[in-house]
Each structure stands twice: as C-alpha cells, then as structure tokens.
Design a protein around this ligand. Structure first.
Ligand SMILES: [Zn+2]
Length: 290
C-alpha cells in the first residue's frame, strides 16, 4: 500500500487498527509510524500532513506524548513481561489526544508467549488505538497476527528508486522480482521484462521434475532460447545460494547450475545443457537436504 494512501486513511480516521510494516529499512518504518501518530493526533492536520508546530506534534516527535508508546527489545527479544506491562497501559482511558498509537519495533523479536499475549490484545482491540508492528520479515510474525494486520511493505531505498525508474510496474511484482534476483537490479529488470509468473512457473516445473525424477515433465520446459535459459538458471542459482545459507540445499546444486550457465554462455544448446543439469540433479538424489 502506498504511503500516501496510508496517510489519507489516517486523516479520515479510517486507518486499520493493526498495521504490520515490513522490509529492510527500520529507519523509514519508524519515521512513517511517527508521522501517522502525528496525523492521528494533531489538530491542524492538512493534506500536506501534520503541522509539526503544535504541542502534540512536538511531544510525539520528542517521544513525550502520553498516548504514543514505543516498545522495543530490552535485550535481544521482546518478552511476555514487556507485553503485559504495555498491555495495561493500552487499555487505560485516553489521557490526551485522539488516538493511542503503539509502535512495536523489531517485532521479529517477539517471543512466542509474548506474541500470543499480543494476539489477545489484537483480538480485543482497545478503543481508538492503532498498533504498528515494525519488522524485517513479515513471515517472522505469527500468522494469526499477520492475517489480522494490514501489511505495508518498505522496500530498501535502492529498490524504491529502481521501481520508480521502471514505471508502470505493479509494485508487488517488482518486489517479487527483486527478491527472486537476490537484489540484483539488472537481473530483476530482466525478470520484469520477461514476466515474473512465467519465470516462476518454469522454475517450479523444473524443480518438481527434478524432485519427482520425472523426465517427461522436463519436455514441457522447451522450447527455450538462450536468453530465457540464462535468466531461469540465474534465478535458480540465486535460490540455491540462499538455500545453502539456510542449510536446505546442498552446495553441489549451486555448482551444477553455475556450470550450466557457463556452458550455455559458450554457445551450447540450452535444451541439451538443461537436460544434462536435470540428469545430474536426478543422480544426486534430488537437491534438497531433507
Ligand atoms: Zn500538529
């Protein structure tokens, strides 16, 4: 969701009561959370934003507004005690201001008991209260919390600029391409031009064929020109590399894909190379560690 829409929703008093900010830039997330808290409470908010001059705006900015709270890990995690203390304040009557805004930074660090007691608060939302969770990965948040939240993705800055330059590209598609490319902008642009869905289908079919050792399924992957083959293999290489880091993929898969890329670059027939690669992966007994 675009930030301008989020601000407009805040101005119109129809902001979702639970927001989940996710993405690389914690600083940007913090800024937007602060601005939303100001918009919700400043008496002089216009379409330009909060006035930044009134006592409310200034108190929020300096972290001294009684209704705007910031919670972050005391050490490495946010434990249940922290959430219980916070929860007491959340249900108190409004002391001043329109809205309570509770910002939980590094929400990835919530322990499971803490996340569960947070979930109880979310299920019985206190009046005129907006809770903003800030996290690197939305997936690290309890799915039952995720499903109740409005997700707002914060791309890292270079990605943001890249998306703007592309023009007329669906934001979600762009961030997917960016992820598939391992944050390589040139590769991501290639993926967009080619079509993210097409690419995912091809790679998915290849992976299934290898897992099932199904040679017939491989036939459905062709014809394929050299450029397509290189694009697909590069994305598979990125995924394999990430898999190695997570310990879900054996390193030989990455090496085999790398070799295939080199051979295709040397003018070999892409179909032949991909079939050889699949055979190699068949023989290694699939590519996953499980
Ligand atoms: Zn103000």
């Amino acid at each position: 969701m675009r930030l301008a829409l989020l601000e407009k929703a805040a101005r119109d008093n129809r902001l979702a009561h639970l927001l989940l900010f996710h993405g690389e830039s914690a600083v940007h997330q913090r800024e937007v959370a602060l601005r939303l808290a100001q918009i919700l409470n400043c008496g002089n908010t216009t379409s330009e934003g909060p006035c930044q001059n009134c006592a409310t705006c200034r108190k929020i900015r300096s972290g001294n507004h009684p209704e705007v709270s910031w919670l972050k890990p005391l050490k490495t995690t946010i434990g249940i005690e922290q959430i219980l203390t916070w929860q007491e304040k959340i249900y108190l009557k409004h002391y001043e201001g329109n809205y309570k805004v509770a910002i939980i930074e590094q929400a990835d660090a919530l322990t499971l008991p803490a996340a569960n007691s947070l979930l109880k608060v979310i299920e019985e939302p206190p009046a005129r209260t907006v809770i903003i969770l800030c996290a690197k990965n939305a997936e690290s948040i309890l799915t039952t919390i995720q499903s109740r939240a409005q997700l707002v993705y914060f791309p890292n800055l270079s990605q943001e600029i890249w998306v703007q330059e592309l023009e007329e590209v669906d934001e979600q598609e762009a961030s997917l391409a960016f992820r598939l490319s391992g944050k390589n902008q040139n590769l991501a642009t290639d993926i967009i031009r080619h079509g993210v869905t097409l690419l995912q289908e091809w790679v998915g079919t290849f992976e299934t064929a290898v897992e099932e050792r199904n040679f017939l399924k491989l036939f459905t992957l062709f014809p394929l020109d050299k450029h397509q083959a290189l694009l697909y293999l590069q994305v598979m290489a990125v995924q394999a590399q990430e898999g190695i880091q997570k310990g879900t993929i054996y390193p030989y898969k990455f090496l085999a894909i790398g070799k295939a890329i080199d051979v295709i670059r040397q003018q070999a027939n892409p179909r032949l190379v991909i079939e050889v690669l699949a055979l190699e992966l068949f023989q290694q007994g699939g590519a996953r560690c499980d």
